[in-house]
Write a protein that binds this ligand. Structure first.
Ligand code: CO
Length: 134
């Protein structure tokens, strides 16, 4: 059911600072910041050969990563995104296995314009998991 790791997401308090830090230190290619109003975050992607790193900055008062940054002032690893071929089949399996899907459980458009869902961290050893249909 799980294919590749699409990205590992890191929450940051200041996106432009984080971008500069990765650029200057590692000479990374980083996408332009993208505001995702639906998700309450601004994202920028670092492309690596085998996966991507998503830098996340809170957008708006009700951003889901605000609380995370209150607990982790300097930022930290926030979620892992796995690719799946069929997100609706994945949702069926998750429900069958008593996993809690965040929000209304309906896939929303993610940072790549593809449907995504998030699984509650309590289901997978404290790790917030995003599934993205490829
Ligand atoms: Co993500």
């Amino acid at each position: 059911m799980l294919e590749k790791v699409n990205h590992i997401a890191i929450a940051v308090p200041d996106l432009s600072k984080a971008i500069l830090n990765y650029k200057n230190t590692f000479n990374c290619k980083i996408s332009k910041p993208l505001k995702l109003l639906d998700h309450g975050v601004t994202t920028a992607f670092i492309s690596l050969q085998n996966t991507n790193i998503e830098l996340l900055e809170p957008l708006g008062k009700n951003s889901p990563i605000r609380r995370f940054l209150e607990r982790n002032n300097n930022g930290g690893i926030h979620h892992i995104c796995y690719e799946v071929k069929d997100i609706n089949l994945s949702i069926k399996n998750l429900i069958k296995n008593n996993c809690k899907i965040l929000g209304d459980g309906i896939p929303r458009e993610g940072a790549h314009g593809k449907p995504v869902i998030f699984i509650h961290p309590s289901n997978f050893n404290g790790t917030l998991i995003e599934l993205e249909q490829t």
